[in-house]
Design a protein around this ligand. Sequence first.
Ligand SMILES: NC(=O)c1ccc[n+]([C@@H]2O[C@H](COP(=O)([O-])OP(=O)(O)OC[C@H]3O[C@@H](n4cnc5c(N)ncnc54)[C@H](O)[C@@H]3O)[C@@H](O)[C@H]2O)c1
Length: 392
Amino acid sequence: MTAHNGPSSRAENDNPWQQSPVFIGTTKFTRVPTINNILITGGAGFIASWLVRHLALQYPDYNVICFDKLDYCASFNNIAYVNANCRNFKFVKGDITNPGEVEMVLREQKIDTIMHLAAMSHVDLSFGGDSYEFTSVNVYGTHVLLEAAKTYGKITRFIHVSTDEVYGEVLEEDTDLLESAILAPTNPYAATKAAADMLVNAYYRSFKLPVIIVRCNNVYGPHQFPEKIIPKFICLLAGSRKCLIHGNGSNSRRYLFAGDAVDALDTILHKGAIGQIYNIGTTDEVSNRELCVLLLMEFGYGEGEFDQHVEYTNDRPFNDRRYAIDASRLKSLGWSQKTRFEVGISRTIAWYRRFGSLWWGDISDILTAFPTSRHIHYRTVMDGNPTHNDVA
Ligand SMILES: NC(=O)c1ccc[n+]([C@@H]2O[C@H](COP(=O)([O-])OP(=O)(O)OC[C@H]3O[C@@H](n4cnc5c(N)ncnc54)[C@H](O)[C@@H]3O)[C@@H](O)[C@H]2O)c1
């Protein structure tokens, strides 16, 4: 585990983050006295890096500590701006499955608040050779954090970030699910997240650990590693390659812009009730096929050119038709969605066209229908992202 200020002396051209807009959310609440030192796990990943930047910049009185092992999907570019400019930010390289490292960061950084986002997050990988890694990070890693927080005894908020996928699929005729719905995950990723939710709840009931669980729809926006469908299809189209649709493309997902997801997490941090579960949801829903049509339009292609730019591949072993959650409880705290899908997707496309090939190094091998452990271990070991070496 290392705690330091990260890279500083690169030529500007090697640092794409210096040209990128600094994306954060819009919310800003009155300071809460029991929040001082916030540990964000997985802070160099997609959603958590939006949160890191948002909290460090909107709340100069809070200290934000990013704890991340810099796995294949992370990028130091995601947090380089706050690392270079915010005195209230610190990066600590560490692994949530290592109890010694977790105990040390809690103690040394005097942590009072944990926002837990570190995870193996890609469903497709969970079907393949890396299935055990999902149990290790998502279940055991969460257990390590909970146990360390319990033993340490000074945590006033432990916000666990989970997913809509723990509820399983929701058919078209079903109503949107409330937080009380039964958990019925259908893929290994979702099952490990549901198991983690159970552990979090058990630590609340058994040890009164002050937990909050949040379950979120799909999130998209700049900074997402291009293994997930939206950035993957944008990067494929930008490289004049075909979008690769699993199955017949009729499965749909609801998508929330990262800025709105971060506003939701900020709202829950400041106004959420301990012991509560909050869905973070939108009704912006598109099928994978509709998503392709939209992206092709944004790239200036007509619908008649669909077949030239899209290829259908094998489907997932099981592919939930859709997810649909009811976010009324979160809305009652004052949160509302600000960025509709049409607006967010244009911003996202613009960012990936400018930075997609610079941010993570060479990602061409990831842009397959089903990336495997071979692809991600190659990235972890031989990593094309030069910034990883600076912080190892
Ligand atoms: N992306 C989505 O659409 C979405 C939707 C709902 C919920 N979530 C949840 O939100 C969280 C963040 O998702 P994301 O897509 O932004 O993730 P991501 O895959 O972009 O980032 C995960 C981060 O966790 C870090 N990490 C992985 N294993 C670690 C370990 N053992 N120790 C320390 N750090 C480790 C990685 O280095 C990376 O920075 C996850 O818990 C995910 O389940 C994501």
